[in-house]
Design a protein around this ligand. Structure first.
Ligand SMILES: Nc1ncnc2c1ncn2[C@@H]1O[C@H](COP(=O)(O)OP(=O)(O)O)[C@@H](O)[C@H]1O
Ligand SMILES: [Mg+2]
Length: 211
């Protein structure tokens, strides 16, 4: 079974300790990260996504520590950041194919997959339009869809349903639950929402701890 382990992770920005000596092992299934705004949920996901390094402590992918295992982890990772600047001049589809190329995916298959994913989340009619014309909710869905391209073994999704109406949020939720049957899926949400009934664990980030 795949595993992603955090051991003794501390993350500080200057003198501010955001995460203090956090340890947890993620296994396939859905893990929800809850906690108040500013608690460190996004910071924890950036660490999992290898977008940042811990100040102290280590991550291990299938028992092998990073940084040695970092490239192997990145190859199987899908990451949807909470906030990201999208390339406004590209169409959604061009952006997705750019991501697919970075992930090393076969482009024809990735294009088909992007079509199916965007169909499932109500974005398909817009994939050939420039991102500049996209609303907040459309951007959120595009960021979600790119994360799912390929067959990531680890999915780190930061507030994937923020700004979405209930029906669209449920469509994303169904895909999240489906992926969590085989992948390690870590989702932050400031709400303890209906995904909770499908989660193997709900962890609360608060005061630098994970409980
Ligand atoms: N790059 C950074 N530099 C300095 N402080 C940061 C940085 N990123 C996050 N923080 C601080 O870390 C804390 C946790 O932020 P974040 O992980 O975004 O919380 P959450 O996602 O739970 O709302 C906040 O106090 C935030 O201001
Ligand atoms: Mg956040």
């Amino acid at each position: 079974m795949t595993s992603l382990a955090l051991s003794g992770i501390t993350k500080s920005y200057g003198r501010k300790v955001v995460l203090g000596d956090v340890s947890h092992t993620f296994e396939p299934g859905l893990t929800l990260l809850t906690g108040p705004s500013g608690a460190g949920k996004s910071t924890l996901l950036r660490l999992i996504a290898t977008a940042e390094k811990p100040t102290r402590g280590s991550l291990s992918w299938n028992g092998e520590r990073l940084p040695a295992a970092r490239t192997r982890l990145r190859r199987v990772l899908g990451y949807a950041p909470q906030a990201v600047d999208l390339p406004e001049d590209l169409t959604a589809r061009e952006f997705a194919m750019h991501i697919a190329a970075l992930k090393g995916l076969a482009l024809a298959a990735a294009d088909n997959q992007f079509g199916a994913l965007t169909d499932a989340i109500g974005l398909h009619a817009d994939i050939n339009n420039r991102i500049a014309s996209f609303s907040g909710g459309m951007r959120r869905r595009l960021i979600f869809a790119q994360a799912l391209l390929g067959a990531p073994e680890v999915l780190a999704l930061d507030e994937p349903t923020a700004e979405l109406d209930g029906e669209t949020a449920r469509k994303l939720g169904a895909l999240i639950v489906e992926r969590a049957k085989t992948a390690i899926v870590v989702v932050t949400t400031h709400l303890a929402d209906e995904l909770a009934q499908n989660a193997v664990a709900t962890l609360r980030v608060s005061d630098g701890k994970l409980a």
